[in-house]
Design a protein around this ligand. Structure first.
Ligand SMILES: O=C(O)CCC(=O)C(=O)O
Length: 323
């Protein structure tokens, strides 16, 4: 188990990296200190603590707000809410057929193959190439909300608010995710609790509790203006790359795994590290709510790092509830 001393060393190095990056100095010394820390943990945990099998995330159906709050929300414990959004009116429209038929003409910005800038591709082209697995590029589907307010308004936040006992004033920041089979999202941790709705397709979420952070090589940077996420030094390539030679500490962290089927909703507690693998072409929507108290109780340091983004979420999204 990580001791208090291990954690103290880790956070000291994390802060040293933050200042070294900010001031563009001292990187060499700081990297040598990381290597020493890494070697000490590898020695301490090998071989017993290696390559742990993922623990399945609990699955529940028809849970009451009180049980959800006591069992999961207050304990920062992830859970799959089975078929929670499967009968929402949104589920009839947030699927490949409906989106292609009604919004296929929309132009979506996509990073070019040579990564030099963006090009516009039609939603119909993107979705059909996701279905026949001929396109793998990551896309930002946020423009879909602006172009199709109907889709956004269907995302009635009422049932989510009721379950998590959130007032109408609590902002929800929503983002659509659409991807082909075998797609894999970046490994990251978000500033806020999240309900990830899975309207169609199948996914597997790989999760690590925030307490495992010292094994996960987080990048000591304040999230960028348009991001609500912290990243790690691995898992940036949209491919699973838990390379044990390059990142030997990851094998000592305890992963959790959640399978998402159509209609399922994954509750992802604040700062829980995650990467989503698409087992089939899938469409979903993430909904974060920036609850300052929860954030600070999980990690005062990460909350301070993300404080301008928290304020931004309230400012930008606080007016009408869901973004
Ligand atoms: O489902 C996805 O593609 C990614 C979801 C995610 O990472 C999130 O909601 O934070």
């Amino acid at each position: 188990m990580l001791t208090l001393k291990d954690r103290f060393l880790f956070y000291s190095l994390f802060l040293a990296e933050f200042f070294a990056l900010k001031l563009s100095t001292g990187r060499g010394a700081q990297q040598r200190m990381w290597k020493t820390f890494e070697a000490a943990l590898v020695k301490k945990f090998s071989p017993a603590g290696k390559n742990k099998l993922p623990i399945p995330v609990e699955r529940v159906s028809n849970i009451s707000p009180q049980d959800f709050s006591n069992e999961f929300l207050k304990k920062f414990k992830p859970v799959v809410l089975e078929n929670f959004c499967g009968s929402w009116p949104a589920a009839e429209k947030w699927n490949f057929e409906y989106l292609m038929k009604h919004y296929g003409h929309l132009q979506i910005p996509v990073t070019k193959h040579d990564k030099m800038g963006e090009e516009l591709l039609s939603l119909e082209y993107l979705l059909s190439s996701y279905l026949n697995a001929s396109e793998h590029r990551q896309v930002h589907f946020l423009p879909l909300f602006d172009a199709a307010p109907e889709l956004k308004s269907l995302l009635d936040s009422g049932p989510l608010r009721k379950l998590a006992n959130l007032s109408e004033q609590m902002p929800f920041v929503s983002k659509p995710y659409i991807g082909p089979a075998h797609y894999c999202s970046n490994f990251h941790s978000d500033i806020g609790n999240n309900f990830l709705l899975n309207f169609c397709g199948e996914k597997t979420a790989l999760l690590y509790p925030f307490s495992e952070t010292p094994f996960l090589y987080p990048i000591a940077k304040i999230p960028l203006r348009h991001s609500f996420s912290f990243y790690a030094k691995f898992g940036r390539s949209s491919e699973p790359d838990f390379n044990a030679e390059k990142f030997p500490l990851v094998q000592f962290a305890t992963p959790l795994e959640a399978k998402l089927f159509p209609g399922d909703v994954l509750f992802l507690p604040v700062f829980f590290w995650h990467q989503i693998h698409y087992d089939a072409p899938a469409i979903g929507v993430g909904n974060w709510w920036p609850d300052v108290k929860s954030n600070f109780s999980v990690s005062p340091l990460f909350s301070l790092f993300g404080s301008s983004q928290l304020a931004r979420a309230y400012h930008l999204f606080g007016r009408n509830g869901m973004s």
